[in-house]
Write a protein that binds this ligand. Structure first.
Ligand code: PMP
Ligand code: GLU
Length: 376
């Protein structure tokens, strides 16, 4: 059968592929990036109320104004991004859709786009789908996957129209220091590049502080969402903000001709995510995730692997040396533990595996690490 040539540029998402493989009786699943916490009750109640009140119709394409107002306040108060208003915010069906819209609105055939290596799998696929040319920016396990001089120099010389920034990071858990983010912004400014700053793990930081590139650079598209912070991956709700209103307008054009708008009652539910009650639930979840991270690090440190303690998100990305990470992950799965091999995240991920501790108890992590130790 013949299909449009563009579809051949899209690869299957490795995260979903390995997650599907893990769905078998008796498998300890450390694959997909989600937590095993429930969405805070206050958010669920708000969504139920919206359904009961008949809020079941289309909303404005860029999202209900009340929610966009809340997002403007949040970005001003928590991230020091002051030059926004609700026309500079767009709500969509997840941060992934938002990133697709931004890339489709900005990138022409063969435009260079800088992506840290390794990175979350969807950046590469979305950029290839848009026709953009990927410039990989190398990161190393030795430096805890924090951008260094080599990374800056490849970016500086790449003439990239756009760079992806993601701190706290998927797949490495790295949290970039403010100084590093400033250096990236300095280069972007000199080169007149756009930045997509994917801040979806912002509230899952165990040491250090979050700093948004959006607070110092107008050509930064700040991407965030509800999936991770409030355990709402199935609600499909994310957002972007940018002080360059024209870009948000272009993304909204794509939205109006594709998904139309995000789900109405999900948006009303999300209004309650800005309450103290919901924020407290995130804090509780973060405390539990930190315990899991500490346990996993203790076990990894006892093994012969290279893994600098990740300060955020809910992933560890140990480097296991000269192994074939795909074969190793398959072998681990045969032994009852599902992880994601490192190479689908980029060539610097070769020899690594990504382990998500978002949805596994300490008991499960213990069993998983015992099995990993036995087969390594
Ligand atoms: N960015 C990163 C770094 C992610 O790990 C994910 C995965 N959830 C997303 C964006 C997309 O999130 P969602 O579409 O669920 O809002
Ligand atoms: N972002 C999560 C992950 O990396 C969820 C799956 C996806 O969207 O890729 O596992």
């Amino acid at each position: 059968m013949e299909f449009a040539s563009r579809i051949s540029k899209l690869k299957e998402s490795a995260t979903f592929k390995y997650s599907a493989m893990a769905k078998r009786e008796g498998i300890i699943d450390l694959t997909i990036g989600r937590t095993n916490f429930d969405t805070p009750m206050v958010i669920k109640e708000a969504a139920k109320k919206a359904l009961d009140e008949g809020k079941v119709h289309y909303t404005p394409t860029r999202g209900i104004p009340e929610l966009r107002e809340k997002i403007v306040e949040k970005l001003r108060d928590e991230n020091s991004i002051s030059d926004l208003d609700k026309e500079r915010v767009i709500v969509s069906t997840g941060a992934k859709q938002i990133i697709l819209e931004a890339v489709m609105a900005l990138i022409n055939e063969n435009d260079p786009v800088a992506i840290p290596d390794p990175s979350w799998v969807s950046y590469e696929s979305i950029v290839k789908f848009s026709g953009g040319k990927i410039i990989w920016l190398p990161l190393s396990a030795e430096n805890g996957f924090i951008p260094d001089e080599k990374f800056f120099s490849v970016f500086e010389n790449s003439n990239s129209r756009l760079i992806f920034l993601n701190s706290p990071n998927n797949p490495t858990g790295a949290v970039y220091p403010k100084k590093v983010i400033r250096s990236i912004v300095d280069i972007a400014e000199r080169r007149d590049s756009w930045i997509i700053s994917d801040e979806i793990y912002e509230k899952l930081i165990y040491e250090g502080k979050h700093f948004s590139a959006g607070s110092i650079y107008p050509k930064c598209i700040v991407v965030n969402g509800f999936s991770k912070e409030f355990s709402m991956t199935g609600w499909r709700l994310g957002y972007a903000a940018c002080s360059e209103k024209e870009l948000i307008d272009k993304m909204n054009l794509i939205q109006g001709q594709s998904v139309s708008c995000a789900t109405s009652f999900a948006q009303y539910g999300a209004l309650a995510a800005f309450t103290e009650e919901a924020k407290k639930e995130t804090e509780k979840m973060r405390d539990e995730l930190k315990k899991r991270r500490d346990y996993l690090m203790k076990r990894l440190n006892e093994m012969d692997v290279l893994c600098i303690k990740p300060k955020g998100a809910f992933y560890t990305f140990p480097s296991l040396g000269e192994i074939d990470d795909i074969k190793f992950s398959d072998r681990l799965l045969e032994n009852g533990v599902a992880v994601i091999p490192g190479s689908p995240f980029g060539s610097s991920g070769k020899g690594c595996v990504r382990m998500s501790y978002g949805a596994a108890s300490i008991e499960e992590l213990k069993n998983a690490m015992d099995k990993m130790r036995d087969i390594k």
